[in-house]
Design a binder for this molecule. Structure first.
Ligand code: GCB
Length: 593
């Protein structure tokens, strides 16, 4: 792998992008094979992007553990063969691990699904001929993968053995080429990365930027220009790194806090050679806003924030975790309909296009790294966990929508080694980005958690009247207000609830309320709302996130009825009864802002 894929592939005056999405060839490899090269036998058709699990009629493909192969051919435009160009393959997400071969040679490999990688194939691809691309995908999760899993060999009474992937996290371990694959071309000397941070003072906006380029040691000049929404230039500079002032700036505001939420400027960087010719140019959408935090509050543009939203998943019928613009435009329409201003990318970084939509619409994101239920806190896991955070922050650092980094979900932080482990994780994130607060979602108690002290915001997952005392709605208000207040008192940090909720089977009604009914979900949320309304005036409670936005698939278990049903929307994105209640609440909070 030649690059970590920090810049999204975009067409510009100097760059071209082709998609390799479409129908690829696919085969499942028997366990004796260690790679795709030389694999023989029939192939089937497989759409990209998509998880492969739910596309076929074959249970062995749905539940496969190990390697599969994706294959396709492509041609490269002859203009990309010129000596001053580079040609790249960009994989936006291959879960979990990928080995990429081109024309029979391995050209790249990558671990940690959910995050992109680029491969420079300039010297390797065939000009004026077909190129054969093979991607070996391995979905196996072990002790040191992020997230962790266990591979078991199950022996039946006839001594037949089959392999089983087990894991403790509560979403189906979908696999495949999950997001778009691009073939793209940049100049040989190219803009490699852009880092933006912003500040405000009165109605002034400040944009601090660092740009880096690769491909030459010669002196290259930069031209930086910032344009507003009307395409009028509002600032410019010849420095490759610096700070620009924008008078009367339009700040980036979250949805409904301002009549013009999600205002984006365009940051343009051009590289220019000594003959004053344009070498490369790239455009990045940026938002001008500040995030600050104290021991009680989070502020956006100096205004206190109250977050109202959901934990979500990348999940839908047939495509599993495959990126799907139809699904996500619908998701954002539902978020707006319900009056939400935020969501958490539980439990992994989502497709980049999702953050682009959030930037544009003013929906705030708690960006979570793919560490779920972290348990055995060894040095190799620590290295991989840090790497996942580096890649995530590298990819997502410029999105104004991302306001908090979540470094994990429900790690076993009651264990002693979690203390030193999370101190190192927190220090690592701070070494990469000091402009956002960090958190993780804890399901521990304020008296047992050993890691919360290392983060800025406490996010608590709580299942009162569901996993704890199912059916006992009458104790929710008293117990929840008591619990949340204790977290703040002990650690003196802002607190939010990052998960709460109950499963509800659509169309199942039971009154008086009974677990698993739509009526029970509605009543459970409404008891929580009472608790939140008591907590808010105390001044340290900064947000409420329902688990979950929509129903989603899980591994098979007798506690899951066709997957996790805690959505307030069904898996096909229709509202359950509770959605109407949430809509009334979230919109009325928005009006009071
Ligand atoms: C949790 C997990 C989430 C599960 C949820 C549940 O605490 O963070 O991944 O889906 O509970 O519904 O059990």
């Amino acid at each position: 792998v030649n690059a970590e894929g920090s810049l999204y592939p975009r067409e510009t005056e100097t760059r071209e992008v082709k998609t390799l999405d479409g129908i690829w060839k696919f085969r499942v490899l028997p366990p004796v094979n260690t790679g795709c090269l030389g694999a023989e036998g029939p192939t089937i058709l497989m759409p990209v992007p998509s998880s492969y699990n739910d596309v076929t009629q074959n249970v062995l493909i749905r539940d496969h553990v190990g390697l599969v192969c994706y294959e396709r051919q492509f041609r490269v435009p002859s203009s990309w063969s010129l000596s001053d160009r580079r040609v790249w393959l960009r994989f936006s997400s291959v879960s979990y691990a990928a080995n990429v071969s081109l024309n029979g040679y391995q050209v790249g490999s990558h671990k940690i699904g959910h995050l992109p990688f680029d491969i420079d194939i300039t010297g390797v691809f065939r000009h004026n001929a077909n190129n054969f691309l093979t991607v070996a995908v391995d979905n196996t999760l072990g002790n040191n993968t992020i997230p962790q899993g266990i591979v078991e060999y199950i022996r039946n009474a006839n001594s037949q053995v089959h392999v089983k992937q087990s894991y403790t996290f509560d979403f189906f371990n979908y696999a495949g080429i999950h997001r778009s694959v691009f073939l793209h071309s940049t100049p040989k000397i190219y803009v490699d990365d852009i880092k933006i941070t912003t500040n405000i003072q009165g109605d002034y906006g400040f944009v601090s930027y660092e740009t880096t380029y690769k491909g030459t040691t010669n002196n290259v000049q930069c031209l930086v220009q910032i344009y507003d929404k009307n395409n009028d230039q509002v600032a410019h500079s010849k420095e490759c790194s610096g700070s620009l002032l924008i008078p009367k700036a339009n700040f980036w505001w979250p949805y409904l806090m301002d009549s013009n939420p999600g205002y984006l400027y365009t940051f343009k960087i051009s590289l220019i050679n000594s003959r004053k010719e344009l070498i490369d140019t790239y455009y990045e959408k940026i938002g001008i806003r500040t995030i600050e935090w104290t021991n009680t509050s989070i502020f956006i543009n100096e205004k206190p924030l109250y977050l109202r939203g959901f934990g979500m998943h990348e999940d839908s019928d047939l495509r599993g975790k495959g990126w799907d613009p139809v699904l996500w435009v619908k998701n954002f329409n539902l978020l707006q309909w319900v009056g939400a201003n935020a969501f958490r990318t539980s439990h992994y970084p989502y497709a980049e296009e999702i953050y682009q939509l959030a930037d544009e619409l003013g929906i705030m994101i708690i960006g979570e790294c793919p560490s779920v239920d972290t348990d055995i806190f060894g040095p190799e896991l620590l290295t991989n966990h840090k790497l996942a955070l580096t890649k995530m922050i590298n990819r997502d650092k410029n999105h104004p929508s991302v306001i908090i980094w979540s470094i994990a979900n429900e790690p076993r932080t009651q264990k002693d080694p979690a203390d030193a482990y999370f101190k190192q994780i927190a220090d690592h994130v701070k070494s990469l980005d000091t402009s956002r607060p960090i958190t993780f979602s804890t399901n521990q108690q304020y008296y047992s958690d050993k890691a919360v002290k290392h983060v800025d915001v406490i996010s608590v997952n709580r299942y009162l009247a569901w996993y704890e005392e199912p059916g006992q709605l009458m104790d929710v208000v008293a117990n929840l207000t008591h619990d949340i207040a204790k977290w703040h008192k002990k650690f003196n940090k802002p607190v939010l609830i990052s998960e709460y909720g109950s499963d509800a089977i659509t169309g199942f009604h039971a009154y008086p309320e009974y677990v698993w009914s739509e009526d029970y979900q509605l009543a459970l949320l409404s008891e929580h709302f009472k608790a939140f309304d008591q907590l808010r005036p105390e001044g340290f409670f900064v947000g409420e996130f329902i688990w979950n936005f929509a129903d989603f698939n899980t591994p098979q278990s007798f506690t899951r009825a066709g997957g996790n049903k805690k959505g307030i929307f069904t898996r096909s994105r229709q509202p359950k009864s509770a959605a109407h209640l949430v809509r009334a609440r979230y919109n009325s909070i928005a009006k009071s802002e």
